[in-house]
Design a protein around this ligand. Structure first.
Ligand code: 2AM
Ligand code: CA
Ligand code: CA
Ligand code: CA
Length: 267
């Protein structure tokens, strides 16, 4: 096994087990508000601490970028661990059992290793660049859909970017008229893992952060899928405006989005 994958898996499982344990004891979960509609708990922070400990033990020189503590610069800036200790905090708080731990390793800007772990179902999605995507050790393949006909698409609402509400709803309407149905699960990392697994045929969301998609992006690619921004380019790396699916589904999604994009959504 790739040595960094080994560490990523160990870190994600440790954090996931802590999250699952706390899910059973809701009275011990302390919730605070980071911004409007944006919550964090002591479990997010504790899970993050565990992950950082595991990484630091093996790779003290690496840089870590994580949702709750930002960038922890290491001596080695070329290797970055991009982590979301708990993706789907709102689900966790509401006791909806759908959330994940996301860990990715980027070397000189290119993602080499990815893990998304769902502790409630004990599902571990992993990928190493060039070696395919696995779920609990079994090789995954994405959807084989040829167009949007009959597809199930996933999305996330722009709860933090209400200025995009109108173009978002227009895009959703256009796609909804073409596909079979939509899912909104509340964990972007798992949405991407599900694209990799072919459980959903495509996914789009506005304004994700690097830790939301860093691991999921590699899972999709290594399962034969494509990840782009809303105009088929790489702007998502900074904008977080992301479309994912097999190449034909992505092409069909982009064609439907084209006429609905505001200027801000073209990057
Ligand atoms: P988080 O739980 O790590 O904050 C994209 O939808 C991402 O935004 C999710 O993966 C989730 O990441 C976060 N998110 C989703 N719905 C949210 C909400 N209602 N409030 C705050 N964050 C939310
Ligand atoms: Ca959050
Ligand atoms: Ca997240
Ligand atoms: Ca998070």
């Amino acid at each position: 096994m790739h040595p960094m994958l080994n560490i990523a898996v160990r870190a994600a499982r440790k954090a996931g087990n802590l999250i699952a344990k706390n899910y059973e004891t809701p009275d011990a979960v302390e919730t605070s508000q980071k911004g409007s509609n944006d919550f964090v708990t002591n479990v997010d922070r504790d899970a993050e601490r565990l992950i950082i400990e595991v990484i630091r033990k093996s790779y003290p020189q690496h840089t870590i970028i994580s949702e709750e503590c930002g960038e922890l610069a290491g001596e080695d800036k070329d290797v970055q661990w991009v982590i979301d200790p708990l993706d789907g905090t709102t689900n966790f708080i509401k006791r909806l059992p759908h959330f994940s731990v996301s860990v990715a390793v980027r070397i000189k800007g290119r993602t080499e290793v990815a893990v998304v772990y769902d502790p409630m179902r004990n599902e571990l999605f992993s990928a190493v660049r060039g070696q395919g995507t696995q779920l609990n050790g079994y090789r995954l393949r994405g959807s084989t859909a040829r167009d949007l006909d009959g597809t199930i698409l996933a999305t996330g609402f722009p709860f933090k970017h209400k200025q995009h509400a109108t173009p978002y709803i227009n895009i959703l309407g256009k796609l909804f008229s073409q596909c079979a149905d939509f899912r909104r699960t509340g964990s972007a990392a798992l949405d991407l893992a599900y694209v990799a697994a072919g459980r959903v045929d495509g996914f789009f969301e506005i304004g994700l952060k690097p830790w939301d998609f860093a691991a999921g992006e590699l899972l999709v690619r290594e399962a034969g899928g494509l990840v782009t921004d809303f105009v088929g380019a790489h702007g998502y790396l900074t904008s977080g405006n992301i479309v994912a699916g097999n190449p034909r589904v992505v092409k069909a999604m982009l064609a439907n989005m084209r006429d609905e994009l505001s200027e801000a959504l073209k990057r």
